[in-house]
Ligand binder design. Structure first.
Ligand code: NDP
Length: 417
């Protein structure tokens, strides 16, 4: 018998996490799904009740919760008494939910997990500097917080820990490359929360080299990468800042450079450019008919809900890390990656692959915490734990991965910097 899980957030990712936890009733003995809009929790709970009726120990409980309000979350934690809390609301809620976990202790000791680092609403600033300082308080409370247990961050950090443990004596460079070759047939839609997604993409690019961060203009650095998965093929990849680099530069000794790349279609970028040029992606309030509105929040209400893309999206994702370094005195290059199929994800959990590739690692992280495999009070990033049990679980629970050495992998990274 393992324990009870409280999932906060009933969007695309929350739906996948709830399905995947429900598939493992021997680990997740009771599930409570709480979110701002309760009807979304009820819809997910009904889907699961239908697809897993004979497997479930108990029906999934649902609750209305505004996780920005710490006392509401504390009250729910005290009522439901979860062993682990999976936060898949938005990055804005991270600190309030971590505060609630601390406040509920010692009466209820709950471990915390999220998939994206805290962001202040009024500044697109992606940094662990807000969450790392909780380390001592979590440690004193005897609670664990696992940060960034999605795919990127998340699985990409674990790929790095695996390469460090098994493939290299020293890793010199890491390139994290994220391709979504899915097509939903719509002119413009984001595949996870539009507000968070557009804030990330329109921010300046940043990479780390020889101990220093270097900044680039948004989407200005790009090149072509030939993905090993034929359904993905050769695609244009763009340099972005991504949060896992901040922890990896601390935890991978000997690292000389790390960069993050993502694919975008020309049509996606054209739409984005137009929206940016007319000011629709702004995050500062503007006055409209006597009211203050944030253009990006308004845009979000017009764009398709990422959850609605599930039945429409066809094609595959391919996300992984290319490593350069040294093994047994010889230079070496390796590539670790996962390929995920949008339609197969939809068949299994009624969601497209972006939510799936985030929700499965969140479930695995929580499983390893509940079963005491990854267990240490304090605040941690994924690469600080033994990667092997996580890598095994990825294969079992829907995200198999491959390692190819440099001689065989098909990619040619842009040498633009
Ligand atoms: P969605 O917008 O689809 O879902 C977010 C959910 O959180 C919604 O149900 C929303 O409620 C709920 N929510 C928002 N504010 C509150 C609040 N104050 N209290 C309670 N619930 C709230 O987002 P996604 O599912 O696409 O993404 C979820 C998280 O996963 C995000 O943090 C995102 O950054 C992260 N992510 C991480 C990835 C990774 O690989 N690491 C990749 C993709 C996403 P309502 O329905 O009322 O709006």
């Amino acid at each position: 018998m393992s324990g009870k899980v409280l999932i906060i957030g009933a969007g695309g990712v929350g739906g996948v996490v709830a399905h995947k936890c429900a598939q493992l009733p021997e680990v997740f003995t009771e599930i409570c799904l709480a979110s701002r809009t309760k009807s979304k929790c009820d819809r997910i709970a009904a889907q699961i009740a239908e697809s897993l009726a004979d497997k479930l120990n108990n029906p999934i409980q649902t609750e209305q919760l505004d996780a920005d309000k710490v006392p509401e979350t504390v009250a729910l934690i005290r009522r439901f008494k979860p062993d682990v809390l999976i936060n898949v609301a938005l990055p804005y809620q991270d600190l309030a939910i971590m505060d609630a976990c601390l406040e509920a202790a010692p009466e209820v000791k709950v471990d915390y997990l999220d998939t994206a680092n805290y962001e202040p609403r009024d500044e697109a600033r992606f940094s662990y500097e807000y969450q790392w300082p909780y380390h001592d308080r979590f440690k004193e409370a005897g609670c664990m917080a696992l940060l960034g247990s999605g795919f990127d961050p998340g699985v990409t950090n674990v790929f790095c820990a695996y390469a460090q443990k098994h493939l290299f004596d020293e890793i010199h460079t890491i390139d994290i490359i994220d391709a979504n070759a899915g097509d939903h047939g719509l002119p413009f839609a984001t595949n996870f929360n539009p507000e968070i997604n557009i804030r990330e993409i329109t921010a300046k690019g940043r990479y780390w080299q020889q101990g220093q961060w270097k900044e680039t203009e948004p989407l200005s650095v790009h090149g072509t990468f030939d993905f090993p998965e034929p359904a993905v093929g050769a695609r244009e990849i763009y340099l972005l800042y991504h949060e896992e680099m901040e922890s990896l530069v601390k935890h991978i000794p000997g690292l000389q450079r790390i960069r993050f790349w993502m694919t975008f279609s020309e049509s996606y970028l054209t739409h984005l450019r137009v929206l940016q040029n007319v000011g629709m992606t702004g995050i500062k309030p503007v006055e409209f008919q006597g009211k203050q509105i944030v253009p990006l929040e308004f845009l979000k209400t017009l764009l398709p809900d990422p959850g609605s893309l599930g039945p429409l999206t066809k094609g595959k994702t391919c996300i992984g890390c290319v490593f350069d370094g040294v093994k047994d005195g010889e230079p070496k290059q390796s590539y670790i990656y996962n390929v995920c199929d949008h339609e197969a994800c939809y068949q299994e959990v009624q969601s497209q692959a972006i939510s799936y590739t985030t929700g499965v690692p969140a479930m695995i992280g929580a499983k390893l915490m509940l079963t005491d495999v990854w267990k240490q009070p304090g605040v941690w990033n994924m690469e600080q734990f033994d990667p092997d049990p996580f890598m095994d679980d990825l294969k079992h629970y829907g995200l198999p991965w491959k390692v190819v050495d440099g001689k065989r992998y098909h990619g040619q990274l842009p040498d633009v910097l």
